[in-house]
Design a protein around this ligand. Structure first.
Ligand code: NAD
Length: 375
């Protein structure tokens, strides 16, 4: 099976393979072709890929006869000409926002697999690109906040007086939020955190953070589908807003990460709450691309409102391109390995497999995923 690795375009810095995964996939029996310059921004030279056993070439050569194409962001369908009929396209394809591209994949006979729709089941953990990239995003959010904050994070007792520790509040304690708590703690901040899932209380404590929770209202009953959060009740939302109001005005740094799959991000911080913070405080909204947890923000910007810096990164893992590529690539390689059929010498994707059904967007010229039927 020939597997093509594309050089990404636009703002993307990551690459969908690293030398380690090239070796791993070659050992299965795959032939790997890497587009020249694909690893440039992630610190990987063409010669590193070649040493790992990949053939380097231009886009047309790499795609020629490829039966699988690995990418970070989904390319335009007409950029895939030359691939074998029924070739697999595997990456973060953003199917709901790129509905036309998905139609194009179907028309081009490409079998598109959206890795961000990987089911949250134990077997799929090692293939989960959302987790691997969110983890880095949580870390980077704290680093960005620390860089923008005009004070120190740790307490310092010096001959010239004491520097107080920064108070950091994390809203949304999933993969990104947990890493943000851990990173802020390592930098010496006083950390508190909140979520709608009560299971996170213990996780916050175990990382040395203080849980801030709405206790008196029923929130969502346990976890939502697939380990994600669900929509909260109106009473819960009101109680949460009051709690946030009293807590947030005393915070120096707030990192928001709250997401609800398939819906806009929940609004957690109003403009009035931003105004209640001390000048010089910093908010990083990691949910900006999904509409934002902070009222009135725009994704991909750094602005100052009421003296508070608002940072809204787009795909923050991109700024850690080497690590982000390594983790992303391993997620893809783990997926390919799990479905590798030794006798056939290729990946075989059974229709009745939960993972396949969760991520397969197109097949045999049609959109097949149930979430795309109305799109
Ligand atoms: P996510 O990115 O969907 O959301 C981030 C966090 O925001 C979640 O913790 C969510 O509960 C929280 N949130 C949503 N609405 C909120 C609100 N109104 N107020 C405050 N917080 C709110 O979540 P995630 O990081 O992908 O992880 C969610 C869970 O799934 C975690 O427990 C994680 O460990 C688990 N997980 C399991 C697997 C697997 O088994 N394969 C893979 C990844 C994650």
């Amino acid at each position: 099976m020939k597997i093509a690795i594309l050089k990404e375009g636009g703002e993307e810095t990551r690459v969908a393979a690293i030398p380690e995964t090239v070796k791993k996939l070659s050992a299965l029996g795959a032939r790997i072709a890497v587009e020249k310059g694909a690893g440039e921004q992630a610190g990987i030279r063409d010669s590193d890929f070649a040493e790992a056993g990949a053939a380097l070439g231009d886009r047309a050569g790499v795609l020629d006869g490829a039966e699988a194409i690995l990418c970070v962001q989904g390319p335009e369908p007409d950029a895939l000409q030359g691939a074998a009929k029924g070739a697999l396209l595997i990456g973060a394809l953003d199917p709901l926002r790129r509905s036309d591209a998905v139609t194009g994949y179907a028309e081009a006979g490409i079998e598109a697999l959206a890795m961000e729709w990987m089911p949250r089941i134990t077997r799929a953990q090692s293939m989960d690109i959302l987790s691997s990239q969110s983890n880095l995003a949580g870390y980077k959010a704290v680093i960005d906040a620390a860089a923008a904050y005009g004070r120190a994070f740790p307490m310092m007792m010096t001959a010239a007086g004491t520097v107080s520790p920064a108070r950091v509040f994390i809203m949304g304690v999933g993969v990104a939020g947990l890493q943000a708590i851990a990173t802020a703690k390592r930098l010496g901040a006083q950390v508190s955190a909140t979520d709608v899932r009560s299971a996170t209380k213990e996780q916050i404590r175990s990382l040395g953070g203080k849980p801030i929770f709405v206790e008196e209202e029923e929130g969502i009953e346990g976890e939502g589908e697939g380990g994600y959060a669900g929509e909260t009740s109106e009473a819960y939302k009101k109680a949460q807003a009051e709690l946030v109001s009293s807590h947030i005005s005393k915070q120096d740094v707030v990192i928001t990460t709250a997401l609800i799959p398939g819906r806009p991000a929940p609004r957690l911080i109003s403009d009035a709450q931003v105004a209640s913070m001390r000048p010089g405080s910093v908010i990083v909204d990691l949910a900006a691309e999904a509409g934002g947890n902070v009222e009135g923000i725009e994704a991909g910007s750094t602005t100052v409102r009421h003296g508070v810096q608002l940072i809204t990164p787009i795909q923050p893992a991109r700024s850690l391109a080497a690590d982000a590529s390594a983790l992303f690539s391993r997620n893809l390689a783990n997926f390919l390995t799990a479905f590798w059929d030794k006798d056939a010498g290729r990946v075989v994707l059974p229709d009745d497999d939960e993972i396949v059904a969760g991520i397969r967007l197109t097949q045999d010229g049609r959109k097949v995923h149930e979430r795309l039927q109305s799109a």
